[in-house]
Structure formats: C-alpha cells, structure tokens
Design a protein around this ligand. Sequence first.
Ligand code: DC
Length: 233
Amino acid sequence: MPSRKIIIAIDGPAGAGKSTIAKRLAARLNFLYIDTGAMYRAVGLWALRTNTALDDMHRLEQLALAAQIELTDGGTGVRLNGEDITGLIRTQELSDAASKVSAVPGVRRALVEKQREMGEVQSVVMEGRDIGTNVFPNAQVKIYLDASVEVRAGRRLRDLQAKGESSTLAKVCAEIRDRDERDSTRSEAPLRQAEDAAYIDSSDLSPEAVEEAVLKVYRDRTSNGKAHGGTLQ
Ligand code: DC
C-alpha cells in the first residue's frame, strides 16, 4: 500500500526559529523542506527590480502569476525565472517588500497554488505564516512557533551581521514589530495560530529542544510516524 504523504506545517512570526527547525526536521525525516517566505521574497525582489509600487495590486498579482520560482538545494536555494537569487533576498529591504506584497490577495492566491502543488508530490515540512490555517488546513502536524520580540530581534540581528549588514537591536526590534503587525492584521490569511496547532515558545529553548518538542507532536499525531510512512530514527 503506498504510504500517505505527510504535511508538517510550521507557522509563526519572523525570527521564531522556523527555518532552523523546519530544515532539521526535513533532514531527519527525509521530507522536502519548503520555505514559503522565500517565495514572497522572490516576488518582492521582482517588484523592486521592475519599480512596481508595492501597493499596485493588479501588477503585483501579474508578477506573482508569471514568476517561475524554484526552490533548490534541498529548499535552501531560490531561483527566480532561472536566476539564482538566494544571496539577494535576506536583506531588511526584502523582508519589508515581501511582507508588503504578501498582503495582496492575488499574490497569495498565485503562491498558495504553487505551494499546494509542491505538497502533493511528497511529504513536506513547510514553513510560513498561513500553512496550517490556509495552505494545508488538513495538515496532520501543525506547529505554531513563537518567541519574545527581543529574542527574535537578537537572532535576526546576528543573521544580518553574519552577512555583513549593519543594524542595531532597536532598529531590528522596530522592523520586526512592524512586520508582525502587518502580517497579522492583513485581511487575507493573516498570521495566526491554527486551532489545532501545538504552540511552542522557543525563547528559552535550544534548537535541539525545539526539535524534540516538534518530534513529540509529530509522533503523537502520526502514530509514531509509522502509519504514514515516515522514517523517524
Ligand atoms: O518567513 P519570511 O520572513 O521569509 O517571510 C517574509 C514575508 O513573507 C513575511 O513578512 C510575510 C510573508 N509570508 C506570508 O505572508 N505567508 C507565508 N506563508 C510566508 C511568508
């Protein structure tokens, strides 16, 4: 009997640790890792390059529909219309642009369709803001990963500094608050915890501890992974 595909949905605000955990889980379970934020960042980059106003809903929808977005290198790389844009999309400017384009209903429709197609091919760990509430409301495993604003800003600042971008904790805190506000108050699929999602606060937890907490939810909800063909070791 073919094994059933599993969707692990990981949602939460910026800097909660979603990417770290989603990548580790995908590697451990041999699932495909999908970073949906990278897809909104790709559309944001195209909009900036084409001088498209970030509130021009019609044009932004056209860009999202036309965009050929590929996730490469086990989900850690991104290509836009054939060009490798991995190194270009993790800036403050692109975080802001992605958040703005993601509020446009037509952009969301276009990208959600691509995300659902990806989840049909194999078992996935998909991270974003609306995976458990909107993209895959029937996902077997849903996690809402959170952390305090200060902890999240500290993590983001370290990431930016590692890439040679200069900023301050106060600036990153303000940027994160703005983005949280925009992502959770937009009318279309806002960031919120799905009713059946497990809530994990990563503020005082190591990545290993968060991974174990998520694996416990996975085991509980999938009969230890066995019933659905998981390969938990
Ligand atoms: O996860 P991230 O920081 O790379 O996401 C960038 C922006 O994209 C985020 O501020 C909101 C948006 N986003 C979204 O609206 N829905 C998703 N599933 C993923 C990201």
